[in-house]
Design a protein around this ligand. Structure first.
Ligand SMILES: NC(=O)c1ccc[n+]([C@@H]2O[C@H](COP(=O)([O-])OP(=O)(O)OC[C@H]3O[C@@H](n4cnc5c(N)ncnc54)[C@H](O)[C@@H]3O)[C@@H](O)[C@H]2O)c1
Length: 252
């Protein structure tokens, strides 16, 4: 299937790990030039190497998404490096504290909002004008099951994740006329390297988590990355403002 993406440019913010690492390779295989932005230089450069091994062009830019000027710098780097920006995947988001609201400090709350919601605001703020200059584009924000339903002991994270829904849908309306599509991909518990190691050490580690997932399996990072690529492709030309669960039915 020809996704019609050859010579386009993607910025993967948080592309050094997990779904971003898989996406760097999948985009490269489609002929997309890949810019990996990450706070972790070693991890980001590894994703760039993998994209190159897959036959693509790729470059790394160090960026802490907590700082607006660094996010602006990463978008500028993509423009300087490849002359355009067509797609962006805004991946960074973290749940730091697993407690009820009464045990959360103001600092915990601010951090959750900053790393998940404010960082995505910074990213979209600079990605959208760059894409408009390039003739349109596709932005994928990364949410969670916690963007769709409440999750025990995840109060601040859920607040940030629900915020992503509103921001993604509003941007879809604001910039549709300029050819920008914005969508939110919402993975459930992903089979990360950390989870994989825990399961190897204790085969029952995931039992409680799996009991809540109707399809009875964790979400594959590679599947999530493939949906990023699809949402940028010509076949997703009518999809904008969508909230797409990838959680085995957990949020149904
Ligand atoms: N892991 C899960 O099971 C799960 C479940 C649902 C949703 N999510 C969401 O998925 C996203 C994470 O996806 P993933 O597993 O592909 O990522 P990951 O956690 O494997 O990697 C994220 C990358 O972000 C980078 N990063 C961290 N802080 C940063 C910062 N301040 N500035 C720039 N880069 C930074 C890390 O170095 C890392 O390379 C998050 O938005 C999270 O909320 C994850």
């Amino acid at each position: 299937m020809d996704y019609g993406m050859k010579n386009k440019v993607v910025l993967l913010s948080g592309g050094g790990g997990g779904t971003g690492r898989h996406a760097s390779t999948l985009f490269a295989k489609e002929g997309v030039k890949v810019v990996v932005a990450d706070i972790n230089e070693t991890a980001g450069k590894e994703s760039v190497e993998l994209a190159k091994q897959a036959g693509g062009e790729a470059a790394f830019v160090k960026c802490d998404v907590l700082h607006e000027e660094e996010v602006a710098g990463a978008v500028q780097f993509a423009l300087d490096q490849y002359g355009r920006l067509d797609y962006a995947v805004n991946i960074v988001g973290l749940n730091d504290k697993f407690t009820g609201i009464t045990e959360l400090t103001k600092e915990n709350f601010d951090y959750e909002i900053d790393i998940t919601l404010r960082s995505t605001f910074y990213s979209m703020k600079f990605e959208i004008p760059a894409m408009i200059k390039s003739g349109g584009g596709s932005i994928i924000n990364v949410g969670s099951t916690a963007s769709i339903v409440g999750v025990l002991a995840h109060g601040a994270y859920t607040a940030a994740e629900y915020g992503l829904v509103g921001m993604t849908k509003s941007a879809a309306l604001d910039y549709a006329k300029q050819g920008i599509r914005t969508n939110l991909v919402c993975p459930g518990v992903m089979l990360s390297d950390v989870l994989q190691k825990r399961l190897e050490a204790d085969s029952h580690f995931g039992d409680k988590l799996l009991a809540d997932i109707p399809l009875g399996k964790f979400t594959s990072q590679e599947d999530v990355a493939a949906v990023y690529v699809f949402l940028c492709s010509k076949y997703a030309a009518s999809i904008t403002g969508a909230v797409i669960p990838m959680d085995g039915g957990r949020s149904d």
